[in-house]
Ligand binder design. Structure first.
Ligand SMILES: [Zn+2]
Length: 289
Protein backbone atom coordinates (compact mmCIF):
# COMPACT_ATOMS: atom_id res chain seq x y z
CA UNK A 1 0.00 0.00 0.00
CA UNK A 2 1.39 3.35 -0.96
CA UNK A 3 1.69 6.19 1.43
CA UNK A 4 -1.19 7.94 -0.34
CA UNK A 5 -3.67 5.09 -0.05
CA UNK A 6 -7.02 6.20 1.22
CA UNK A 7 -6.30 9.82 0.44
CA UNK A 8 -8.59 11.23 -2.21
CA UNK A 9 -6.92 14.07 -3.97
CA UNK A 10 -9.42 16.22 -5.78
CA UNK A 11 -7.53 17.22 -8.88
CA UNK A 12 -10.17 19.52 -10.19
CA UNK A 13 -12.80 21.44 -8.33
CA UNK A 14 -15.40 24.11 -8.75
CA UNK A 15 -13.89 27.58 -8.36
CA UNK A 16 -15.53 30.72 -7.04
CA UNK A 17 -14.25 34.25 -6.96
CA UNK A 18 -15.04 37.90 -7.57
CA UNK A 19 -14.53 40.06 -10.65
CA UNK A 20 -11.96 42.60 -9.55
CA UNK A 21 -10.21 43.16 -6.24
CA UNK A 22 -12.41 43.14 -3.13
CA UNK A 23 -13.11 46.77 -2.16
CA UNK A 24 -11.92 46.15 1.41
CA UNK A 25 -8.39 45.51 0.16
CA UNK A 26 -8.16 49.16 -0.95
CA UNK A 27 -5.86 48.15 -3.78
CA UNK A 28 -3.28 46.50 -1.49
CA UNK A 29 -2.51 43.26 -3.25
CA UNK A 30 -1.38 41.26 -0.21
CA UNK A 31 -4.73 42.14 1.37
CA UNK A 32 -6.58 41.08 -1.79
CA UNK A 33 -5.34 37.53 -1.54
CA UNK A 34 -5.70 37.31 2.24
CA UNK A 35 -9.34 38.44 1.99
CA UNK A 36 -10.04 35.85 -0.72
CA UNK A 37 -8.49 33.00 1.27
CA UNK A 38 -10.25 34.05 4.48
CA UNK A 39 -13.56 34.08 2.60
CA UNK A 40 -12.96 30.58 1.18
CA UNK A 41 -12.57 31.82 -2.38
CA UNK A 42 -10.27 30.13 -4.88
CA UNK A 43 -10.55 32.30 -8.00
CA UNK A 44 -10.08 35.91 -9.01
CA UNK A 45 -10.70 37.72 -12.28
CA UNK A 46 -8.26 40.58 -12.50
CA UNK A 47 -10.07 43.61 -13.91
CA UNK A 48 -8.05 45.24 -16.66
CA UNK A 49 -11.30 46.62 -18.03
CA UNK A 50 -9.89 50.13 -18.53
CA UNK A 51 -6.72 48.76 -20.10
CA UNK A 52 -3.84 46.72 -18.71
CA UNK A 53 -1.94 49.48 -16.95
CA UNK A 54 -0.07 47.53 -14.29
CA UNK A 55 3.75 47.32 -14.33
CA UNK A 56 5.54 44.05 -14.99
CA UNK A 57 6.80 44.02 -11.40
CA UNK A 58 3.34 44.39 -9.96
CA UNK A 59 2.02 41.78 -12.39
CA UNK A 60 4.68 39.33 -11.13
CA UNK A 61 3.79 40.14 -7.55
CA UNK A 62 0.12 39.39 -8.27
CA UNK A 63 1.09 36.10 -9.95
CA UNK A 64 3.29 35.04 -7.04
CA UNK A 65 0.61 35.84 -4.48
CA UNK A 66 -2.01 33.99 -6.52
CA UNK A 67 0.20 30.87 -6.66
CA UNK A 68 1.03 31.06 -2.94
CA UNK A 69 -2.64 31.32 -2.02
CA UNK A 70 -3.91 28.79 -4.59
CA UNK A 71 -6.09 31.32 -6.35
CA UNK A 72 -6.97 30.50 -9.97
CA UNK A 73 -6.49 33.64 -12.03
CA UNK A 74 -8.27 35.01 -15.05
CA UNK A 75 -8.20 38.51 -16.50
CA UNK A 76 -10.95 40.67 -17.97
CA UNK A 77 -9.37 42.61 -20.84
CA UNK A 78 -10.37 46.15 -21.83
CA UNK A 79 -14.00 47.04 -22.49
CA UNK A 80 -13.02 49.08 -25.51
CA UNK A 81 -11.74 46.11 -27.46
CA UNK A 82 -13.68 46.17 -30.72
CA UNK A 83 -12.16 43.64 -33.06
CA UNK A 84 -14.40 44.25 -36.08
CA UNK A 85 -14.58 48.06 -35.68
CA UNK A 86 -15.08 50.19 -38.80
CA UNK A 87 -11.95 52.07 -37.78
CA UNK A 88 -8.78 50.15 -38.77
CA UNK A 89 -6.84 51.84 -35.95
CA UNK A 90 -9.29 50.55 -33.37
CA UNK A 91 -9.08 47.09 -34.93
CA UNK A 92 -5.30 47.14 -34.61
CA UNK A 93 -5.38 48.56 -31.07
CA UNK A 94 -7.80 45.78 -30.09
CA UNK A 95 -5.36 43.22 -31.45
CA UNK A 96 -2.49 44.84 -29.54
CA UNK A 97 -4.48 44.82 -26.29
CA UNK A 98 -5.00 41.08 -26.57
CA UNK A 99 -1.33 40.54 -27.43
CA UNK A 100 -0.33 42.54 -24.35
CA UNK A 101 -2.76 40.53 -22.22
CA UNK A 102 -1.15 37.30 -23.50
CA UNK A 103 2.32 38.65 -22.63
CA UNK A 104 1.22 39.55 -19.10
CA UNK A 105 -0.78 36.36 -18.50
CA UNK A 106 2.11 34.14 -17.32
CA UNK A 107 3.44 36.89 -15.02
CA UNK A 108 0.04 37.07 -13.33
CA UNK A 109 -0.64 33.31 -13.37
CA UNK A 110 -3.61 34.09 -15.64
CA UNK A 111 -5.00 31.19 -17.66
CA UNK A 112 -8.02 32.86 -19.25
CA UNK A 113 -8.26 36.25 -20.91
CA UNK A 114 -11.92 37.24 -21.03
CA UNK A 115 -12.97 39.89 -23.55
CA UNK A 116 -16.00 41.25 -25.35
CA UNK A 117 -15.50 40.87 -29.12
CA UNK A 118 -17.34 44.17 -29.67
CA UNK A 119 -19.70 45.55 -32.31
CA UNK A 120 -20.49 44.23 -35.79
CA UNK A 121 -18.77 47.30 -37.25
CA UNK A 122 -21.66 47.80 -39.64
CA UNK A 123 -21.04 44.36 -41.15
CA UNK A 124 -23.38 41.41 -41.47
CA UNK A 125 -22.91 38.86 -38.65
CA UNK A 126 -21.20 36.52 -41.15
CA UNK A 127 -18.71 39.18 -42.31
CA UNK A 128 -18.07 40.34 -38.75
CA UNK A 129 -17.28 36.73 -37.87
CA UNK A 130 -14.71 36.54 -40.67
CA UNK A 131 -13.02 39.78 -39.57
CA UNK A 132 -12.92 38.62 -35.95
CA UNK A 133 -11.78 35.13 -36.84
CA UNK A 134 -8.87 36.42 -38.93
CA UNK A 135 -7.88 39.04 -36.38
CA UNK A 136 -7.97 36.65 -33.41
CA UNK A 137 -6.13 33.98 -35.37
CA UNK A 138 -3.38 36.51 -36.12
CA UNK A 139 -3.22 37.42 -32.41
CA UNK A 140 -2.85 33.75 -31.60
CA UNK A 141 -0.17 33.09 -34.21
CA UNK A 142 1.80 36.11 -33.07
CA UNK A 143 1.44 35.83 -29.31
CA UNK A 144 -0.43 32.66 -28.32
CA UNK A 145 2.80 30.98 -27.21
CA UNK A 146 3.64 33.94 -24.96
CA UNK A 147 0.56 33.20 -22.84
CA UNK A 148 2.12 29.88 -21.72
CA UNK A 149 -1.19 28.05 -21.82
CA UNK A 150 -3.51 31.03 -21.37
CA UNK A 151 -6.67 30.97 -23.49
CA UNK A 152 -8.55 33.79 -25.15
CA UNK A 153 -12.08 33.64 -23.78
CA UNK A 154 -14.67 35.68 -25.74
CA UNK A 155 -17.79 36.35 -23.71
CA UNK A 156 -21.53 36.04 -24.42
CA UNK A 157 -22.68 39.64 -24.91
CA UNK A 158 -25.44 41.20 -22.82
CA UNK A 159 -26.59 43.60 -25.53
CA UNK A 160 -28.29 42.27 -28.64
CA UNK A 161 -26.52 44.89 -30.76
CA UNK A 162 -23.14 43.35 -29.87
CA UNK A 163 -21.38 40.34 -31.35
CA UNK A 164 -21.75 37.49 -28.86
CA UNK A 165 -24.72 35.14 -29.18
CA UNK A 166 -24.15 31.52 -28.16
CA UNK A 167 -23.79 30.53 -31.81
CA UNK A 168 -21.37 33.36 -32.59
CA UNK A 169 -19.14 32.61 -29.60
CA UNK A 170 -19.13 28.88 -30.36
CA UNK A 171 -18.16 29.51 -33.99
CA UNK A 172 -15.25 31.76 -32.93
CA UNK A 173 -14.04 29.06 -30.57
CA UNK A 174 -14.28 26.47 -33.36
CA UNK A 175 -12.51 28.57 -35.96
CA UNK A 176 -9.73 30.21 -33.89
CA UNK A 177 -6.95 28.38 -32.07
CA UNK A 178 -6.66 29.15 -28.37
CA UNK A 179 -10.28 30.30 -27.88
CA UNK A 180 -12.64 29.03 -25.18
CA UNK A 181 -16.09 30.46 -24.39
CA UNK A 182 -16.97 32.61 -21.40
CA UNK A 183 -20.62 31.99 -20.61
CA UNK A 184 -22.10 35.01 -18.88
CA UNK A 185 -25.39 33.58 -17.60
CA UNK A 186 -26.78 37.01 -16.74
CA UNK A 187 -26.03 38.28 -20.24
CA UNK A 188 -27.66 35.24 -21.74
CA UNK A 189 -30.74 35.77 -19.59
CA UNK A 190 -30.91 39.43 -20.66
CA UNK A 191 -30.50 38.52 -24.35
CA UNK A 192 -33.39 36.08 -23.95
CA UNK A 193 -35.56 38.66 -22.20
CA UNK A 194 -35.69 36.55 -19.08
CA UNK A 195 -36.69 33.35 -20.88
CA UNK A 196 -34.28 31.10 -19.05
CA UNK A 197 -35.83 30.05 -15.81
CA UNK A 198 -35.95 26.28 -15.46
CA UNK A 199 -33.35 23.55 -15.37
CA UNK A 200 -34.25 22.43 -18.87
CA UNK A 201 -33.36 25.78 -20.41
CA UNK A 202 -29.99 25.77 -18.64
CA UNK A 203 -29.33 22.18 -19.69
CA UNK A 204 -29.96 23.07 -23.32
CA UNK A 205 -27.21 25.67 -23.13
CA UNK A 206 -24.77 23.21 -21.57
CA UNK A 207 -25.64 20.63 -24.23
CA UNK A 208 -25.14 23.11 -27.05
CA UNK A 209 -21.63 24.05 -25.87
CA UNK A 210 -20.77 20.45 -25.09
CA UNK A 211 -21.95 19.12 -28.46
CA UNK A 212 -20.17 21.83 -30.43
CA UNK A 213 -16.93 22.22 -28.47
CA UNK A 214 -16.56 18.95 -26.53
CA UNK A 215 -13.51 18.73 -24.28
CA UNK A 216 -12.45 22.29 -25.01
CA UNK A 217 -15.62 23.41 -23.20
CA UNK A 218 -15.75 20.67 -20.55
CA UNK A 219 -12.15 21.16 -19.43
CA UNK A 220 -12.26 24.97 -19.38
CA UNK A 221 -15.67 26.06 -18.16
CA UNK A 222 -15.53 29.77 -17.42
CA UNK A 223 -18.77 31.36 -16.18
CA UNK A 224 -19.80 34.86 -15.20
CA UNK A 225 -22.75 35.15 -12.84
CA UNK A 226 -24.86 38.03 -11.56
CA UNK A 227 -28.46 39.07 -11.26
CA UNK A 228 -29.43 41.59 -13.93
CA UNK A 229 -32.11 43.90 -15.29
CA UNK A 230 -32.79 44.15 -19.01
CA UNK A 231 -34.71 46.01 -21.69
CA UNK A 232 -35.68 44.89 -25.18
CA UNK A 233 -32.10 45.78 -26.19
CA UNK A 234 -30.57 43.38 -23.67
CA UNK A 235 -28.70 43.99 -20.42
CA UNK A 236 -29.41 47.09 -18.37
CA UNK A 237 -27.68 46.78 -15.00
CA UNK A 238 -26.10 44.19 -12.75
CA UNK A 239 -27.95 43.50 -9.47
CA UNK A 240 -27.27 41.50 -6.29
CA UNK A 241 -28.47 37.92 -5.81
CA UNK A 242 -31.37 37.12 -3.53
CA UNK A 243 -33.62 39.92 -4.75
CA UNK A 244 -36.35 40.14 -7.33
CA UNK A 245 -33.98 39.89 -10.30
CA UNK A 246 -33.07 36.84 -12.37
CA UNK A 247 -31.57 34.67 -13.57
CA UNK A 248 -32.21 32.03 -10.93
CA UNK A 249 -28.90 30.49 -9.87
CA UNK A 250 -30.54 27.44 -8.32
CA UNK A 251 -31.07 25.33 -11.48
CA UNK A 252 -27.56 26.22 -12.66
CA UNK A 253 -26.01 25.00 -9.41
CA UNK A 254 -28.20 21.88 -9.42
CA UNK A 255 -26.86 20.95 -12.85
CA UNK A 256 -23.27 21.61 -11.81
CA UNK A 257 -23.75 19.39 -8.79
CA UNK A 258 -25.64 16.59 -10.53
CA UNK A 259 -23.45 16.32 -13.63
CA UNK A 260 -20.24 17.00 -11.74
CA UNK A 261 -19.08 19.89 -13.91
CA UNK A 262 -16.11 21.87 -12.58
CA UNK A 263 -16.62 25.44 -13.74
CA UNK A 264 -14.98 28.59 -12.50
CA UNK A 265 -17.67 31.02 -11.36
CA UNK A 266 -16.69 34.67 -11.48
CA UNK A 267 -19.25 36.88 -9.81
CA UNK A 268 -20.10 40.29 -11.30
CA UNK A 269 -22.77 41.52 -8.88
CA UNK A 270 -22.36 45.07 -7.48
CA UNK A 271 -20.48 43.52 -4.53
CA UNK A 272 -18.73 40.67 -6.36
CA UNK A 273 -17.18 39.04 -3.28
CA UNK A 274 -20.53 38.88 -1.50
CA UNK A 275 -22.14 37.48 -4.63
CA UNK A 276 -19.44 34.82 -5.01
CA UNK A 277 -19.98 33.78 -1.38
CA UNK A 278 -23.72 33.53 -2.02
CA UNK A 279 -23.17 31.32 -5.07
CA UNK A 280 -20.72 29.06 -3.26
CA UNK A 281 -23.10 28.75 -0.31
CA UNK A 282 -25.92 27.79 -2.66
CA UNK A 283 -23.89 24.99 -4.26
CA UNK A 284 -22.86 23.71 -0.82
CA UNK A 285 -26.48 23.66 0.32
CA UNK A 286 -27.54 21.75 -2.82
CA UNK A 287 -24.81 19.16 -2.17
CA UNK A 288 -26.39 18.46 1.24
CA UNK A 289 -29.84 17.68 -0.19
ZN1 LIG B 1 -19.46 39.13 -17.80
Amino acid sequence: MGIHSGVVIELSQVHFGPAGFPADARGKIERVFQILVDAGMNALEYAAVHGLRTSEDRAKQIGNLARQHNITMSMHAAYYINIASKDPQIRERSRQRLIKALKFAPLMAVKRIVFHPGTFGGLSPEKAHIVMRDSLQSVWEEAGHLGKGAFLAPEIAGKLSMFGSIEQIIKLCQDVDGCIPTIDWAHLYARRQGKMTDKESYLKVFNQFENELGKLFLDNMHFHISAITFTEKGEASHKPFGGEWGPDLYPLMEIVHEVGYKPTFICETPNPLEGALYAKFLLEEIKKV
